[in-house]
Design a protein around this ligand. Structure first.
Ligand code: 5GP
Length: 228
């Protein structure tokens, strides 16, 4: 009766550093590796111990990044806490055409640029349970010096106030529950009426349609008989 769009959707996931979006995204990919793809960003930031070049990011110098901007390589890019981060355009269209959902793990400015370009994308903000827990998570990571942690906390604090620009907010208290909530959002988004491509009747349904119309006419005739 209805044909729904088979194309994939862009799912933008943001959270302040320490908000836990990485673990949520890992869970989403594990649940459905075939139909989901995480875009690998390019960055000019320094490589951290837990980074795997080519997997967590493609690392380039500031100059190389600026050259790529000029070449129109990025769908969106930003300067975050002194470093460039950008989403390459490549692969996104072919993944969407193949029905694969594209996950973009990006910060808020990038998300608002994507919203201007692709308003039908799904925008999800992952919220830490509290500011206290956020600071603890940032400290535990131990990847940045105190000055950088403070900078990230300050940025995170500002970002939390931008949550209303997103379509959904998921508090990441209990990880499995947060993943379930994001799964529910993705499922619901597949049922949006603006994803209906076509409404049609097959032969059998057309016959039934005819029968119903005839029956209605018959009833109407009967009714007019009764009124007479
Ligand atoms: P980190 O340095 O902790 O890996 O990332 C810092 C921030 O940059 C995170 O909020 C992350 O989501 C964001 N980020 C990563 N890749 C991109 C990107 O391609 N574009 C934008 N706008 N932000 C990104």
């Amino acid at each position: 009766m209805i044909k729904q769009k088979k194309t994939g959707q862009i799912i933008v996931i943001s959270s302040p550093s320490g908000g836990g979006k990485g673990s949520i995204i890992a869970g989403l990919l594990q649940n459905n590796p075939k139909d989901r793809w995480l875009s690998i960003s390019t960055t000019s930031r320094e490589i951290r111990d837990n980074d795997i070049p080519g997997e967590t990011y493609n690392f380039v110098s500031k100059e190389e990044f600026e050259q790529k901007i000029v070449e129109g390589y990025f769908l969106e890019y930003t300067n975050y806490v002194g470093n460039y981060y950008g989403t390459p355009k490549e692969f996104i269209k072919e993944k969407l055409d193949a029905g694969i959902d594209v996950i973009l793990e990006i910060e808020i400015e990038g998300a608002s640029n994507i919203k201007k370009l692709i308003p039908e994308a799904i925008f999800i903000f992952i919220m830490p349970p509290s500011l206290k827990i956020l600071v603890e998570r940032l400290r535990k990571r131990n990847t940045d010096d105190t000055d950088k942690i403070m900078k990230r906390f300050h940025t995170a604090y500002k970002e939390i106030n931008e949550v209303t620009k997103y379509n959904y907010v998921v508090v990441n208290d209990e990880l499995s529950e947060a993943i379930e909530k994001v799964e529910a959002i993705i499922k619901a988004e597949k049922c949006r009426v603006d994803r209906i491509e076509e409404v049609y009747l097959d032969t059998k349904e057309e016959e039934i349609h005819e029968l119903l119309i005839n029956e209605k006419e018959f009833k109407n005739e009967n009714l007019s008989e009764k009124i007479k």
